[in-house]
Design a protein around this ligand. Structure first.
Ligand code: SF4
Length: 283
C-alpha cells in the first residue's frame, strides 16, 4: 500500500477511536490509564493509540501484562509487550498467576469446562487490583468490535442477561476498588486491527492461545466469521441491535468487599478466592 493510503487508513482508525472517546467520555483530562497489555494485536493497538492521545488529553499511561502460565504461548506476548512499551517509553508492570496465586493455568485448566473460566476470573482480578494499587483512574482493554459482538451473543447463549450491563465502551464506577474499564477499540472491527499491524509493521504476538478454539467464544467467533462471509454486514447489524439493547439496561448489581481478600465482589467471597480454595483443596 502507498504511504498516503496507509496514512489515510491510520487516520480513519484514529477518527473512529476519537469519536468513541468523545461520545462516551472515556476519560477526562489528566487521568491515569492502565492498559491491559497481552502483546496481542488489539492491546498493542490500544497502547499505541492512547500514547498518541496522551498529550492532547494530558494522560498518564502505564501498562499491565499478566502471565497466566500457558506454556509455549504467553512468553512471546510478554516479550512483545516489553518491546512496544520500551519503544514508546511507557512503564510496564508484569504480574503472573504463579507469583500472585501460586498456580499456572496449564496445571488447573483441566478442572474446568474451559480454561477461559479460571483464566478470565484470575486475570480480571489481577489487572483490577494492580490498576488500583497503581492509582489508575481507568483500565483500557483491547476489546474490538468483534469481541464485543461475541460477548453479546455468549450472554444470549447462556441466558446471562445480567452481563448486558457490562457491555458498551465504558463501564461506570460501581465500587471504589473497582477501576472502570474502557474499550477504545469498540468501533474497530478485528480485520482493521490486523490490517493496522501489518501496514505499519508493528511487532505483535499473532499466535492464538491453545485453549481459544475450545471455548464458547471461539466457536461463536468462527460462526460469526462464516456468517459475515456469507452475508456481509451481519456483524454490524448485530452490533447495532446490541447498542440499542444495552442502552436500556439497568445499573448492575451492587458490590461488596470480599470477606477473604477485600476486593470488590457481588458475593461475600469473590470468585477468585472461591476458585483458589477449590484448587488448593485438591492439591
Ligand atoms: Fe485465557 Fe481463554 Fe484467552 Fe487463552 S483464550 S488467554 S485461556 S481467556
Amino acid at each position: 500500500m502507498e504511504p498516503l493510503q496507509r496514512e489515510k487508513f491510520n487516520q480513519s482508525i484514529i477518527q473512529r477511536v476519537r469519536s468513541v472517546i468523545d461520545e462516551y467520555n472515556l476519560f477526562t483530562d489528566g487521568e491515569k490509564i492502565a492498559i491491559a497489555l497481552s502483546g496481542g494485536k488489539d492491546s498493542v493497538l490500544t497502547l499505541h493509540l492512547l500514547n498518541g492521545f496522551k498529550d492532547e488529553y494530558n494522560l498518564q499511561l502505564v501498562a499491565i501484562s499478566v502471565d497466566e502460565g500457558i506454556q509455549g504461548y504467553r512468553n512471546e506476548g510478554i516479550e512483545v509487550a516489553r518491546e512496544n512499551t520500551r519503544k514508546l517509553g511507557v512503564e510496564l508492570v508484569e504480574k503472573s498467576f504463579e507469583g500472585e496465586f501460586g498456580i499456572k493455568l496449564d496445571k488447573v485448566a483441566g478442572k474446568y469446562k474451559s480454561a477461559c473460566i479460571p483464566c478470565g476470573v484470575f486475570r480480571r482480578y489481577l489487572i483490577n487490583r494492580t490498576a488500583y494499587e497503581l492509582g489508575a483512574d481507568k483500565v483500557a482493554t483491547g476489546h474490538n468490535m468483534d469481541d464485543e459482538i461475541q460477548s453479546f451473543l455468549m450472554s444470549f447463549a447462556r441466558a446471562d442477561f445480567r452481563r448486558f450491563s457490562k457491555f458498551g465502551p465504558k463501564l461506570e464506577q460501581i465500587h471504589s476498588r473497582l477501576i472502570p474499564r474502557i474499550k477504545p477499540l469498540w468501533k474497530i472491527p478485528e480485520k482493521d486491527v490486523g490490517a493496522w499491524v501489518v501496514l505499519n509493521g508493528i511487532p505483535v504476538h499473532f499466535a492464538e492461545c491453545p485453549y481459544a478454539n475450545l471455548s464458547l467464544r471461539g466457536k461463536i467467533k468462527n460462526y460469526l466469521n462464516q456468517l459475515e462471509e456469507d452475508h456481509p454486514g451481519s456483524k454490524m447489524a448485530i452490533m447495532e441491535s446490541f447498542q440499542k439493547t444495552f442502552k436500556n439496561q439497568e445499573t448492575p448489581v451492587e458490590l461488596v468487599e470480599c470477606q477473604r481478600c477485600g476486593e470488590p465482589s457481588s458475593l461475600d467471597v469473590c470468585k477468585a478466592c472461591e476458585m483458589l480454595e477449590n484448587i488448593n483443596s485438591d492439591i
